[in-house]
Write a protein that binds this ligand. Structure first.
Ligand SMILES: [Zn+2]
Length: 80
């Protein structure tokens, strides 16, 4: 059963249930942005462009858990 979110698209598709939307954590080697322990989250990354052959990930800050785009691919889709 697919999880749905009311903060994304009207059919329940949202960044928070998309397989391309991954958590980004901090790292102590960073000098400013994202400096900290790996147990702390700094934001999110979207790997949606991988699905169209681009090895590019987009960075989102911690306030952008939810959203919607045309590259949405539901997390549970491949297990059904
Ligand atoms: Zn959501």
């Amino acid at each position: 059963m697919k999880s749905k979110c009311d903060k994304g698209w009207h059919d329940g598709s949202c960044c928070c249930n998309c397989r391309h939307h991954i958590k980004l954590v901090k790292h102590p080697w960073n000098e400013s942005i994202g400096k900290g322990p790996i147990s702390e989250q700094m934001g999110y990354a979207c790997t949606g462009f991988f699905s169209v052959g681009e090895m590019v990930a987009t960075f989102f800050d911690i306030n952008h858990e939810h959203g919607m785009c045309e590259l949405h691919h539901h997390k549970q889709e491949d297990n059904e």
